[in-house]
Design a protein around this ligand. Structure first.
Ligand code: CP
Length: 310
């Protein structure tokens, strides 16, 4: 198989096992290339990509931009705070005006769940969802799964706990869809108030006690408390959250095995994760960031329908 089954990357729910394997194998090639002294290939030389971000981002935005540059694509960066969106222009008008300038692909982050799905029904260009509200963040889940594959080789029988603010997390949902498709066992852990009511229908284990989750898992993917999406109080205070759900080194020392610690970033140090864990030998957090560039190169390349460089 040399092509993805989808024309857009809207979510990991849409991807087949063959899609995952193709993306991972393509990322393996690009990871080798970006570790060479000359990191650039001409694969997307005639492609123009617009990165349109309606929400803040550090990792995803820079990672996409770097991936595009490594593939020799032309790129433009759009930030809603400095745009005509502020004058009342609609999303569709904004994107159609960008596409009229002969842009081929759109990478979009938007606060509204379903915004990239809506666009995909109205425009011809390939769309990559760089995070839509609390819905999906497919390239994050791809780079997370790819990092797990790099560390543990196989997903068969692997136990992954996703710990934290599941309710507001697009990373959680995309990871659940991806990991289950790849054959891993998935648990979610957090206070009851931060677990969505539909979580039981996704075929994951649910655990309220964080230490029990750590005892169960081989990999803990720890998520940030998304205060910016919380209109009401879901727990009494950050201090209390940290006391009951924060992960520190003494907890890892009490386990009878080594586990892998992940975090998609940005980290609230001292809240969901202490520095003695985030910066420890258990952590693959910066490997996730490194792998993000190769994964995004693979996705851009495959969606553009190009062929790998020899
Ligand atoms: N992980 C992630 O999406 O980070 P940013 O919000 O910085 O892009």
């Amino acid at each position: 198989m040399t092509q993805l089954s989808v024309p857009h990357l809207l979510g990991t729910q849409d991807l087949t096992l063959d899609d995952f394997n193709l993306i991972f194998e393509t990322a393996d090639n690009f990871k080798e290339i970006i570790n060479r002294p000359i990191k650039k290939v001409p694969s997307l030389r005639d492609i123009t990509i617009a990165n349109i971000f309606f929400e803040n981002s550090t990792r995803t935005r820079i990672s996409f931009e770097l991936a595009e540059k490594r593939l020799s694509a032309d790129t433009i960066n759009f930030s809603s705070s400095q745009s005509s969106v502020k004058k009342g222009e609609t999303l569709l008008d904004t994107v159609n005006n960008i596409l009229a300038m002969k842009v081929d692909m759109i990478v979009m982050r938007h606060a509204s769940p379903g915004a990239p799905h809506f666009l995909s029904k109205h425009i011809d260009a390939n769309i990559i969802n760089a995070g839509d509200g609390t819905h999906e963040h497919p390239t994050q889940a791809l780079l997370d799964s790819y990092s797990i594959r790099g560390k543990h080789n196989s997903f068969e029988g692997l136990k992954v706990a996703i710990i934290g603010d599941i309710l507001h997390s697009r990373v959680a949902l995309s990871n659940i869809f991806a990991l289950k498709r790849l054959g891993a066992e998935v648990m979610v852990c957090g206070p009851n108030t931060l677990l969505p009511k539909f979580i039981g229908s996704l075929g994951v284990k649910v655990e309220l006690d964080v230490f029990k989750a750590l005892q169960w898992c081989d990999v803990a993917n720890v998520l940030r408390i998304q205060l910016e999406r919380q209109q009401i109080k879901y727990f009494p205070s950050l201090r209390e959250y940290s006391l009951y759900y924060g992960i520190n080194k003494s907890m890892l020392d009490r386990l009878d095995k080594e586990i892998t610690i992940m975090h998609p970033g940005p980290i609230n140090r001292g809240v969901e994760l202490n520095s003695d864990v985030a910066d420890s030998e258990h952590s693959i957090i910066l490997d996730q960031v490194e792998n993000g560039v190769a994964i995004r190169m693979a996705v851009l390349y495959l969606l553009a329908g190009a062929r790998p460089e020899a």
